[in-house]
Structure formats: structure tokens, C-alpha cells
Design a protein around this ligand. Sequence first.
Ligand SMILES: [Zn+2]
Ligand SMILES: [Zn+2]
Length: 344
Amino acid sequence: MRKKAHLALARAAKKMKLAEACESTDVGEVQEHVLHGGGDADFDVQADNVLQADNIRITQSASATKLQKFQAHNGGDNANVLQSDSDRVWTFVEMGQLNSLISSVLCPECQQNSVSLILGNAKMGFSREMTLSCTNCGELKCVHTSPRIGRSADQNVGFEVNRLAVLYTHEIGGGFRSLSKLSAVFGMPGLHEKTFYNLNQKICQKIQETGEATLDVTADIVKQEYLSVYPNGRPVADVDEEWEEEEEDVPWIDVSFDGTWQKRGFTSHYGVGIAIDVLTGYVIDFEVLSTYCHTCAINRAKLEQMTDAERQEWEQNHQPNCCINHEGSSKSMEREAALRLWGR
Ligand SMILES: [Zn+2]
Ligand SMILES: [Zn+2]
């Protein structure tokens, strides 16, 4: 209970600081600064900044507040994963609209109102060849509707639009089918399945790297927060004596743990265990558990027909890429995730 009391004080101090910071911004006058309880009793308290400007209530969510700290560190959400240049301007364009606009433009060669934009049929996923043509002079200029990654002139470099399209499927929790439906609805060419999975693999790797980098940044932010709240270290009552002796460089922090599943009802193939720092509300570590592997699933029939030696060889080769990392029930995932997190 004493630990809780110390943290409540720390949180209150943090709350005051946050309010001061808000007052100094030009967003608006701070009318109130509230703490909302939620989730697991008082361990999950979130700080929401409620700002009042010209009678418009601007509520900044706890998530937005948390993300702000990451902007200085170039971290944050998945949208940053691909580090697309910020000068890109994307839009859905219907070609008739575009052609009605340029119908009044004169052809640079024959000076007639006879130019139009035509889309090519070459398969490049969502990127298309767009040709400026004149009915008198023929083809004038040709560009792709999407730049290649990093505006590269290299023909072997992929198109940004395709990469972003695959990232979009991650953001909506979809896959190849959701992207195919999007292209079907708009009647435009989409990505080939093989291209999709190639890009997907690269994006997964990038997301993982970004996730790990984000955890590093989080660790720094959490350390700084504890230092600013406890400049002389945590009160002795907070910390186990053995810890102080053994782990001087590792700060003593309080965490809450929670688990979640992809689906309800303990039938989920995927579960996640999360350790959250109580002072800042940041996720400081997580463990994803999976009882399903797509490669294993689609090869099941083939595996049954193999001899024991063949199956063993296949399993050995597949092992490094297998997605299964948990054998028990979905219900046991939360406990197993906690064990692994605390084992680190
Ligand atoms: Zn012309
Ligand atoms: Zn597998």
C-alpha cells in the first residue's frame, strides 16, 4: 500500500507538470485537468488533457499525449514505419476529371486544344503509366502515377504506392483479399498476390525493427520520467533491499500486466501479454504468442504423407520461420506471456 501511495504522489506531481506545460502552449486556456480511472482499477489511471478554447472542448487523449513524447524521438505509430517523404501528396483521381481540366491546355508542339492524359495497362500494381498525348502529335510525355521508392530512377526499385497499400492492410488488420476488394470496387488494377507477400515480408520486418526501436525510446523516456519525479532515487520503502544492492544501474519501476487475444472466447490463435509502466502509462515490453502457422497449416496434408525422416527434415528447415511459439491453450497464453516477460 505504501508503494501505491508514493506512486499516487508521483502521478499528481506529473499531472501538475503536464498542466503547466499545457498552459504555456497557445492552444487554449486550461480549464481543468482530469484523471480518468479505467481498466484495472487505479493502476490504469490515464491522464487526459482537457483544453478549452473559444467554447470548443478539445480533448487530447492519453494516447495523443503519450505519442507527443515520441515525435521528438522519430518514433510512434506504423505510419512512420516506411518513412515516406512528407512532400508526397496522394489522392484518388478519376481520369475524366483530370482530362476535363487539361482540355483547355494547348499542346506545346501544335498549339491546339488536343491533349489528353491516358492510362497504360502495364501491370505495376497500383502504379500506372500515365501518358500525355496529343491527337495531332502523338505521345508527348509519360510518367508513373507513383514515384518509385525514394524517387529512384532505377527500374528495379518498387513503387511507393504499392508499399503503402500493403501497409494499409496491416493498419486495418486485413490482408491480400482486402486490397483485392479495394481494387475491384474502384475497377483498377491491384497487386499480384506474389508481389503482395513479397512486400508484406519486408514491411513485417520493418514493423518489427520499428517496434524494437520504439521500446528502446520508451525505456529512455520512462527512465527520465522516474528521474524527474525521484531525483534522489526511489524511497527505500518502494524498493526491495536486495534489488538496490544487485541492480544499481537498473531503475526500480512499477508495472501493470495485461493480456489480450485476437478473438474473444479463448479460441484465439494469437495472444499478447503487455507490461505497462504505471507512472507513464507506456508499454515497456510485450510478448506475442501464436498457436497457428500458415505454412504448417497449408502443408499439413503433405506432411501426413511424408516418411518420419522426411517430415523431420521439413520441420527442421521450417523451424526458424515457424510462427508457432506456444503449444498450450489460448487461456494459458496470458500466464505464459507473463512468464516470458519476467524471465527476460
Ligand atoms: Zn499537338
Ligand atoms: Zn510453422
